[in-house]
Write a protein that binds this ligand. Structure first.
Ligand SMILES: Cc1cc2nc3c(=O)[nH]c(=O)nc-3n(C[C@H](O)[C@H](O)[C@H](O)COP(=O)(O)OP(=O)(O)OC[C@H]3O[C@@H](n4cnc5c(N)ncnc54)[C@H](O)[C@@H]3O)c2cc1C
Ligand code: FES
Length: 272
């Protein structure tokens, strides 16, 4: 169940020109949160901006973690894009931050044959939630596609290397690192590696346009794909209906990304 609590900033450091790594000591949420769930962070002490901002948890160290020093910590990898994330860059060590979480339904882990190729496709900061998933999945037969506009938007590559992922593919739209083009085009160019559709299972997270393109491909090929959707969120816990997406569920066609999601089966989404 979601709770609202204060955490304490342990560290807040710039790791790339526009990207920051925030460590918050917050044991109640670190002990509970599952991969693909998210938190809503209060980014300011005053009313500007008023609304909390949603973030995935990149790394999480519950009370049972072997490294004592890390226990109780949540790591958020965030991109400075606007007012709220700019405020976050000013967070100082020792400062209190109010957090609501864990929120939403995260990734599910269906039993799959060991021969299945698990394919992770992340665009921009979307790769963050896929990294937390990879930590749970393990490295066996793990194929990771990381995309961004430029090389400065490529995140978590070293993390996936440390996890011993079977193969890591990089795409940048300006060609400054790896394949030149979108991460979906890169994935399609490599599709021959994954021969049978029954032996593929995809997890994805990234901008809407990227997921729309992926949805067309997985529908065409009949491959299963869970995707974590992004949306601007008013409340983050199902009250305002500001984050709905249309699905092909006849009983509840409009579902809340924050409550029924953020993870959906891509074949269930009706793109408008
Ligand atoms: C479930 C979930 C998990 C997320 N996890 C992460 C994460 O791990 N790291 C991270 O950096 N970001 C993450 N985001 C996105 C993050 O919440 C937004 O970047 C943030 O709220 C922007 O706040 P802001 O005040 O800085 O930007 P604003 O001033 O509100 O907006 C600046 C620009 O960013 C765009 N924008 C704002 N919010 C979103 C959004 N939710 N989706 C798409 N575009 C948006 C706006 O359209 C505008 O162009 C996540 C979003 C969701 C819904
Ligand atoms: S953000 Fe309020 S219902 Fe989803």
């Amino acid at each position: 169940m979601a709770l609202q609590t204060d955490g304490i900033v342990v560290k807040n450091e710039r790791i790339k020109p526009l990207y920051f790594l925030l460590t918050i000591y917050c044991p109640p949420i670190a002990n509970e949160i599952k991969t693909g769930q998210f938190i809503m962070l209060k980014v300011s002490d005053n009313s500007s901006p008023l609304l909390r901002r949603p973030f995935s948890v990149y790394k999480c160290y519950p009370a049972s973690h072997p490294e004592k020093k890390k226990r109780g910590c949540l790591l958020i990898l965030y991109k400075k894009v606007g007012k709220g994330t700019h405020k976050m860059t000013e967070f100082k060590k020792g400062q209190k931050v109010n957090v609501i979480g864990p929120l939403g339904n995260g990734f599910s882990l269906p039993p799959l044959p060991s021969s299945t190729h698990i394919i992770l496709i992340g665009g921009g900061v979307g790769i963050v939630s896929l990294y937390s998933l990879a930590e749970v999945l393990g490295s066996h037969n793990l194929f990771v596609f990381i995309g961004g506009k430029t090389k400065d938007d490529i995140l978590c590559e070293e993390d996936f290397k440390k996890l011993n992922a079977s193969k890591i593919f990089i795409a940048t739209e300006d060609g400054s690192l790896g394949y030149e083009g979108t991460v979906i085009n890169l994935f399609l160019s490599q599709i021959k590696i994954f021969k049978k559709r029954e032996s593929q299972y995809i997890y994805s997270c990234g901008p809407v346009e990227m997921l729309k393109e992926l949805a067309r491909e997985v529908k065409f090929k009949g491959v299963d794909c869970q995707a974590s959707l992004e949306a601007r969120m008013g409340c983050g816990f199902g009250a305002c209906w500001g984050c709905v997406v249309k699905t092909n569920d006849l009983n509840t066609p409009y579902q809340r990304i924050c409550k029924e999601g953020p993870v959906f089966n891509l074949k269930d989404i009706v793109w408008e």
